[in-house]
Structure formats: C-alpha cells, structure tokens
Design a binder for this molecule. Structure first.
Ligand code: PGA
Length: 253
C-alpha cells in the first residue's frame, strides 16, 4: 500500500514562538492516523532540531529540510549538506520546489545531483515538479513534466527511485488560491506514474507516492486526495493554520 502523506511546507514563515503554537495545536488534535499515513513538516533550517524534538513522541510525524546542496561539503558559505541533515537525525528533504527553481536557479541537472546525495545520506526526498502557466495554456504540460522527471530521476537506480516521493505542483496553482481540479490532478498523476513505469516498471511505479501541491486547503483536500493516483499533498499556506492542516491530515485516504 502506498504511503499517504500530508506534508506541510512552511517556506520562510513563522517565528519560533508561532511555530511552537502551531505544532502544539496539530500534535494535540485528537486523531487516529491510518497505518499508511505520514505527516511531514518541512521547516526552515533553524527549526529542524526543535520540531524534531517536539514531535519525537508522534511516530508518524517527520521533519524535513526544505533544501540541501549539490556538494558533499566544502567552501559553500550559507549552504547545508545532506550529510549535515543526516547527522542531526533528519530523514526527509524537499528538493526542486518551484520557488527554488525560479528564484535560485535550480536546474534538473542540479536536482539530479542533490537527489543522489540525499539518498546517499538516507534522506527521503520529496521531489517537486510541475509546469508554469504558459506551458499549461499551450497544452504541453505532459511533455514539460516528463522532461523534469527524465533529467532528474532517470539516472537513479531501481532501488533508489523507490525511496523517493514525488510532489506534482502546477506553478499556476501555488499560493494563488487557484487549485487544479481533482480531474486535472488525477490526469497528471497518472501520467507521472506512466513515465515512471516506462523506465522502472509497473510494480515500482505503483509503489511511489505522488503528492499534489498548489492551494490545497481544508475545503478541497478530501476531494483531491480521493483521486486514485493522488497520495496526499504538499501544502504551503494552509499548513500555517492549525485547524486547516488538521483537517487536511484527516482527509488522507
Ligand atoms: P500553497 O503552496 O499550498 O500555498 O499553494 C504549496 C507549495 O508551494 O508547496
């Protein structure tokens, strides 16, 4: 059974005090998670250890970094390596978010390097892909995401690919309040799975969790997550509001 994942992407938001109140309210919510359910908090680097400690008694809660660098170590001021994350007990990392691609020039090739290092240091990468609006309007989104997958993921071995999670995030839906319809999400997720199957085989493709991201909120999560190829969500804005994110977690199938 594929893992169903509710991943919070805090981005560059929240003071420590605000983060404390948020995690407390989410942890205290009365819920029974299914066996295959996973909750991930992708938090800014300074909060990684603190959120890990705060959630250490919740065994289906995990903490992710929002990025790591393409190199193992060295003179790269301001960067954080996969090995460092591993050394502080972090087990997840978000890679290739569209904001990293757009504002920090991350390319498919760089992401392939980051993925290899993340896997070498036993991190589960949440690899993000997704098309900008002009590509969607031109109707070439399938080819666009296929190229992202080919250039970043096709160099991985069969063993490695099974350790990653994919997040499909159409850029036109991120932070815009404009969600892809559940039919659009399903169509793209099925396409992504087909691309993975063409390279790694049906069985492996069937086991990979594919999250949807882009204006997921309490009111639409259930409908989107109910699609057969959607295995949860990567959530930005709504993950900063405890009541919203609690409902999103409760919407996992
Ligand atoms: P959003 O962001 O939920 O605010 O649209 C999603 C993301 O960027 O991961």
């Amino acid at each position: 059974m594929r893992k169903q994942i509710a991943a919070a992407n805090w981005k560059m938001n929240l003071t420590l005090e605000q983060a404390d109140a948020l995690v407390t309210e989410i942890s205290n919510h009365n819920r029974k998670l299914g066996e295959n359910h996973v909750v991930v908090f992708a938090v800014p680097f300074p909060y990684l250890i603190w959120v890990s400690e705060k959630t250490s008694n919740m065994n289906q809660f995990h903490v992710a970094a929002q990025n790591c660098y393409t190199k193992k170590s060295g003179a790269y001021t301001g960067e954080v390596s996969a090995e460092m994350l591993n050394s502080i007990g972090i087990k997840w990392v978000v890679l290739g978010h569209s904001e990293r691609r757009e504002y920090f020039g991350e390319t498919n090739q760089m992401l392939s390097e980051k993925l290899n290092l993340a896997l070498e240091y036993h991190l589960t990468p949440i690899f993000c892909c997704g098309e900008p609006l002009p590509i969607r309007e031109a109707g070439t989104q399938n080819q666009y995401v296929e190229q992202q997958l080919r250039e970043s993921l096709f160099g991985l071995s069969a063993e490695q690919i099974q350790k990653i999670v994919i997040a499909y995030e159409p850029i036109w839906a991120i932070g815009t309040g404009k969600t892809a319809t559940s039919a659009q999400a399903q169509e793209m997720h099925a396409h992504l799975r087909k691309i993975l199957a063409s390279k790694f085989g049906d069985k492996i493709a069937d086991g990979i969790s594919i999250l949807y991201g882009g204006s997921v909120k309490a009111s639409n999560a259930k409908e989107i997550f109910s699609q057969p190829d959607v295995d949860g969500g990567l959530v930005g804005g709504a993950s900063l509001i405890a009541t919203e994110f609690n409902t999103i977690i409760d919407s996992l199938k």
